[in-house]
Design a protein around this ligand. Structure first.
Ligand SMILES: O=P(O)(O)OC[C@H]1O[C@H](OP(=O)(O)OP(=O)(O)O)[C@H](O)[C@@H]1O
Ligand SMILES: O=c1[nH]c(=O)c2nc[nH]c2[nH]1
Length: 193
């Protein structure tokens, strides 16, 4: 997605520890036209699989996931990182490591909104090590739903998440790919795959 690649080139900042700051378009401020285009790309890609539900994780996955769900006209469910008292039992749960905040978090999805009949596409903002997606597959497994595919806005190829998730045997689609980044070379970014 060329507009996303251009924005990453314009706004992306390399942080220590191999982190890319894109707070101006994905993780703090959101750009409506760009977010809508992300949803259109994912919807075009995954519509042939006839998903019944989009699944994501709070907080930064919500915007692209909702944009995709709006294009497809299907519900979007986000895993919560704290169980609210309104959440009906039983809830599906898994542990995940927060990459940007550190530490382990528990994820919760209510059995009210994910079940055996569901055909799920996961949408998230970053695909890095693949750990978060792996946690979401645990939740999908508990629900009995079927995982059809994965879409992530930005892939960090150098963290190897795509290869680590190969056993899932699902299509993985990303909109921009960070091949590598360093102070010397800057952000080497290309269209997703
Ligand atoms: O492939 P991984 O190595 O798991 O990294 C990707 C995950 O890391 C971030 O989550 P984080 O909890 O740090 O941030 P957020 O609260 O902004 O969603 C991002 O939103 C992805 O969910
Ligand atoms: O803002 C972010 N920048 C990153 O490099 C990253 N990797 C995983 N999750 C991330 N979030």
């Amino acid at each position: 997605m060329q507009t996303l690649v251009d924005e990453i080139r314009a706004q992306g900042i390399i942080l220590p520890g191999g982190f890319l700051k894109v707070d101006g378009l994905v993780n703090h401020q959101l750009l409506p036209a760009l977010t809508r285009e992300m949803g259109q790309h994912f919807a075009r890609h995954f519509a042939p699989l006839s998903p019944s539900k989009i699944l994501t994780i709070e907080v930064s996955g919500i915007a692209p996931a909702l944009a995709t769900a709006m294009e497809l006209g299907i519900p979007m469910v986000y895993a919560r990182k704290k169980k609210p008292l309104t959440m009906k039992e039983p809830a599906y749960t898994a542990q995940s490591v927060s990459r940007t905040k550190g530490g382990t978090v528990d994820l919760f999805v209510s059995s009210e909104f994910l079940g055996a009949g569901d055909r799920v596409v996961i949408i998230d903002d970053f695909l890095a090590s693949g750990g978060t997606v792996r946690s979401l597959t645990g939740i999908i497994g508990q629900s009995g739903a079927t995982l059809l595919g994965l879409g992530c806005v930005i892939e960090k190829e150098f963290e190897g998440g795509r290869d680590k998730l190969a056993d899932l045997k699902i299509p993985i689609h990303t909109l921009a790919n960070i091949v590598r980044m360093s102070e010397a070379e800057g952000i080497v970014v290309e269209a997703g795959r």
